[in-house]
Write a protein that binds this ligand. Structure first.
Ligand code: GTP
Ligand code: MG
Length: 281
């Protein structure tokens, strides 16, 4: 008697997703993807010709996610090749070089190109975007400041464009940790979206800022002098100045605050404290 072949294991738990990478030439898209899919770092710049392809598997909860990554060439010359690959993406890796302001500003036009190529069917709401500030290697004090500023810009950008789950940290191609974070947060979001019928679930990471932060920035902008800025009376002691400073620093630090103007307000507070302490014995 012929027996039925054993049933193949239920495939419901596996998911295939398409991810594309966008960003200017040489910002490090291919490096991140190679590091992630092939566990190797490529120090030499080899421009992607049109499109490159990476494949990997990740585990999100009880699901195996098969990931097809289409790595776009950033050079405008390859527009005619890459424009075919925008459709049906579930995830987009937007990459910029933390040392090149123009590569960050260019992210808008990359999103514009994507929308244009997806045409009237474009539903950007059902795609998970991630913004990667790449290439921070040396961690000197100035690099840390730059990285913090980049993170804040990145948050604001993501907030303005209602992108889901941006990662504020520098997704430095060489770091396993960052690549790991990238994969987990990003692919969890894509999986959540798929499980939610293509709709974006409420983000766990809040991009919002508080009324207290917004009010404090406004107050700092309108303050008449350094005492006023720190919210202490003229003639306050060193301890009082430091206490007020610490409170404002916690509230407005670029790592913590995504409210517009927080970076300038934070700098102003640092300067106000320095100038007051100089004159207090
Ligand atoms: P196109 O394919 O032309 O669009 O460029 P791309 O964005 O794919 O750039 P690619 O990944 O080829 O990297 C460009 C250069 O940046 C290479 O020389 C890399 O070695 C270098 N690079 C990438 N990531 C990092 C990083 O995190 N730190 C440093 N220092 N260099 C990096
Ligand atoms: Mg490339």
């Amino acid at each position: 008697m012929e027996t039925n072949p054993p049933k193949r294991r239920d495939n419901k738990k596996s998911l295939r997703v398409k991810v594309i990478s966008l960003g200017n030439a040489e910002v490090g898209k291919s490096c991140i993807i190679k590091r992630y899919c092939e566990k190797r770092f490529v120090p030499k710049y080899l421009a992607t010709i049109g499109i490159d392809y990476g494949v990997t598997k990740v585990q999100v909860r009880d699901r195996e996610i098969k990931v097809n990554i289409f790595d776009m060439a950033g050079h405008p010359f390859f527009y005619e090749v890459r424009n075919e690959f925008y459709k049906d993406s579930q995830g987009v890796l937007l990459v910029y070089d933390v040392g090149l302001r123009e590569s960050f500003d260019a992210l808008d036009s990359w999103l514009g190109e994507m929308k244009q190529e997806m045409g009237s069917q474009a539903n950007m709401d059902s795609i998970v975007f991630i913004v990667c500030a790449n290439k921070e290697v040396k961690m000197s004090a100035s690099c840390l400041c730059r990285a913090a500023r980049a993170s804040t810009r990145c948050f604001r950008y993501a907030h303005t464009h209602t992108l889901s789950q941006p990662l504020p940290q520098d997704t430095e191609g060489r770091s396993e940790r960052h690549v790991f974070v990238l994969s987990q947060a990003f692919f969890s979001s894509i999986t959540d979206m798929c499980e939610n019928g293509g709709k974006r679930p409420v983000a766990e990471v809040s991009m919002a800022f508080t009324k207290e932060q917004a009010d404090t920035i406004r107050r700092i902008r309108n303050s008449k002098d350094s005492w006023d800025m720190l919210g202490v009376k003229p003639g306050a002691t060193r301890e009082e100045v430091n206490k007020a400073y610490r409170k404002l620093a916690v509230l407005l630090h670029p790592d913590k605050c995504v409210a517009p103007g927080s970076e300038d307000a934070f700098k102003a507070v640092v300067n106000a404290r320095t100038s007051l302490l100089k004159n207090i014995k």
